[in-house]
Design a protein around this ligand. Structure first.
Ligand code: 45D
Length: 158
């Protein structure tokens, strides 16, 4: 989708994107963990969120074997083309965020490939995590939207 959100900390977005793909996934999951219960998808639905659409995309992913789920998430980050990547690319930024939120919940429920128990964040990822946790809630949300926005494939931009 178009890159519309305000420029809160664009350097944090670049720092996130500069991490290796697996580190991006691991860091993003850690962020989800630290958000705890402060965000619920039932939250005051922002204008542009479509829970049904995020859910139907999530349901497709849920049916895949674990390794394919992992590959799919890596591919979304890399902008690798696929049917799911195109469907993802057509979502609003907030719906993209909700989709990632469902994936993280799926990891906790066992329907999505979990993090290996011994997986370590790199020093850069750790540092970024502490910067992100230091942001105010609204800045965090803006940052997350800016991170998930360019993922996948937006067919209108090809
Ligand atoms: O083997 O306004 C490794 C809404 C490598 C509502 C791996 C909201 C090795 C409306 C890569 C580590 C709720 C949408 C394996 C607002 C290896 C609204 C796997 C807010 C297996 C504001 C790693 C929503 C994996 C928010 C699989 C704030 C990692 C949502 C996967 C935030 C990581 C969502 C995932 C966040 C991370 C989601 C799926 C932070 C997801 C994070």
């Amino acid at each position: 989708m178009t890159y519309t959100t305000s420029n809160s900390a664009p350097e944090l977005v670049s720092a996130f994107q500069a991490l290796e793909v697996d580190q991006q996934l691991a860091l993003f999951y850690e962020i989800y963990k630290q958000m705890g219960t402060s965000v619920t998808p039932a939250a005051p639905a922002a204008s542009t969120v479509s829970p049904e659409i995020a859910e139907s995309l999530f349901n497709q992913v849920k049916e895949m074997p674990h390794q394919e789920q992992l590959q799919l998430q890596r591919d979304l980050i890399r902008g690798q083309d696929s049917q799911v990547a195109r469907e993802y690319g057509a979502l609003s930024d907030t719906t993209k965020l909700l989709f990632w939120y469902y994936l993280a919940q799926g990891m906790d429920e066992g329907s999505v490939i979990p993090m290996p128990a011994d997986y370590q964040l790199s020093a850069q990822a750790q540092q970024l995590l502490s910067q992100i946790t230091g942001l105010e809630f609204q800045q965090q949300i803006t940052l997350f939207r800016d991170i998930v926005s360019p993922m996948g494939v937006d067919v209108t931009r090809r």
